[in-house]
Write a protein that binds this ligand. Sequence first.
Ligand code: F0G
Length: 458
Amino acid sequence: MSSLSTTDSSSEPSLKPAEYCFRCIGCGYLSDAAAQDFRCAKCADLLEISYTGWNDSKPNPEALKTLWRNRRALNFAVDLSGVWRYRELLPALAQNEQPITLREGNTPLYELPQCARITGVPRLFAKHQGMNPTGSFKDTGMTVAATFARRAGFRWVACASTGNTSASMAAYAARGGLRSLVLVPEGKISWSKLSQALDYGAVTCQLRTDFDGCLRLLQELVRQAPVYQLNSINPFRLEGQKTLAIELLEQLDWNPPDHIIVPGGNLGNSSAIGKALLEMCELGLISRLPKLSVIQAEGANALLRTIREADGKHLISVQADTRATAIRIGNPASWKKAVHVIEATGGACEQVTEIEIAQAKAEIGAEGIGCEPASAVTLAGLKKLVRQHFVKPNESVVLVLTGNLLKDPDYTIEFHQGELFKQAGEGAASLNRLRRPPIVLDATLDAVIRTLNQAENS
Ligand code: F0G
């Protein structure tokens, strides 16, 4: 069994864990503690974690790179985690504190040669967060937030979810000896995600509302009951999710890609990745910022409309509807943070149609990688950004694939059997060449060989 390191080289003076406080993103108010709803005590806006210690002395970037690289050879639980390995940029663990970890992070960066040909962008990569322990990027945030929930003495943790957060929260709560309460919209999340929450022992409530309704209710609940909320409003979660970008840059030997493209739902993940990029630049870990772009489903395009119609100044909510159920969100909590990081990195925001999402998902699947529908918006969005000349063919691009293919098998099977978009007519015809329906045959060698020949000649 692995054990916790308490005497590693991070005790060097320049590599001390960072001191932090909570900073309101609206009025800038700094506080040492956060209320249970994670809202500013002065103006009720969202909080973020700010590393005040860096004002006096910043960690040395070269020392950090060496330390993080060396930790890959160690078998301590904190070093095996692809989140806690970067703990100098995270809220500090207490002396001898064991984080709740499932060895999250450590996700692969894949080349996408076929999608590179399709898009005309040869240097195209996927950072596959669906390879996390519960199959989505949520695990990187959950290890941090669940650890801090336990430290704060809570018995119960809770979240509203389109499925992945609830699966992840339930797993980490179980590992940490906490009870968990899940609020999900009835009939609007995939069975696969629901089954995870059930198996990991969460109390699972399917509410007759949408995700936005579940989140509203949760925010009321945490003000009245001793329940710790684990939605991405919780700034500890975003600190953990930040490590996606740190690990990515380490995998690229600290050469920033020109573009990072991420799906947008409640907008916690884009905010977290953007925060990491800005912090890595501030600390001198990278010398230039990648452009961070956020892609939404056309039917759940609150951020896009907020930027286009309100210049990013106030949120334009929408009644969300998309088969990419993970991002079926009309009232995204972290919209202000997302607007900030898109502006600060010079990124873009785009929307894609249901058919574009389905096509992109099949193309990522055909690479032998696969992802869930919400992740595929990144490839669909890239095609659009290339057409607009926002992404140039000689630039390097990383797509963040947020969830595993197995998260939504119904979608995939309906797609290949031709049942998805049955009514869509013309537009959906372009999908036919990507469909691979299962073939029912008599159990004879003849039938199988005939099928093989047909496939070879098609
Ligand atoms: N991709 C997947 C697979 C997701 O599950 C989510 C969000 C997103 C993208 C969008 O990320 O919300 O940070 O902008 N899922 C949440 C959930 C809302 O409850 O599982 P975001």
